[in-house]
Design a binder for this molecule. Sequence first.
Ligand SMILES: [Zn+2]
Length: 260
Amino acid sequence: MTPRSAGPQLCDLSSAEILAATAGRTLTWPVGSIEQHGPHLPLSVDTLLADAFARQIAYELNALTLPAQSIAARSLPQSGGGLSFPGTVHVRGRSLLGFLEDTLESLCALPWHRLLIVNGHYENEPFLFEALDEVARRPAGAGKEFIALSWWSLVDTDWLAGRVPLFPGWHAEHAGITETSLMLYLRPDLVSAARPDHTDPPRPGIHLHPVDVHRTTNQGVLSSTSKATAALGKDLFWHVVAAAVDLVSEGNGLLREEKT
Ligand SMILES: [Zn+2]
């Protein structure tokens, strides 16, 4: 299978077509970042991966995809390397929350039924969840179904453990083995040969200031990249797409009682 590089795009429709085309449908919205991803990956990784997942999921669900949002939350030192590394373009959390609420409320004027936000940037998650919770309570959100997820939240722990022993945790999976592998599968033209390893990733749930990014990262990489392969990226891509389709089809994000 080849990922959909160009699924059906909401903004390719005309204003005259949009009401009929979106009535009762599902929309997917990829949200990423412009953020440093070590010496071997481009600033666009989080946006590019969210876009690829959102387009493929939309294809599987006969949904429409919104343009990817790339400018979002600030990169933090313990989960993204932070602002010590040049290239991150972000807005403050208060701006992002206002932007997301305005965008979502405006989007609710269309007669779609379900919105699935596919997040690719670790630091976006609390703002996305809060904005959705806020808009869902407003009159504009009445009758709508909202799902927001970070793609890595769909990765089965046992599935990953069989492929990536000593996985450091998703907070430290920044420019590491899974993102590098996905990029090798989806956009190998954007991956350079460097494969930094960082054997002492930061611990989750801790924010330090001042922070020595030469200790918390290796050139902006928080974990390890040397085992990254396009084959792992391919398996991971389709694992996540299948899990997203299952989640939407089942109508909830609860853990399954039995793993298949
Ligand atoms: Zn990333």
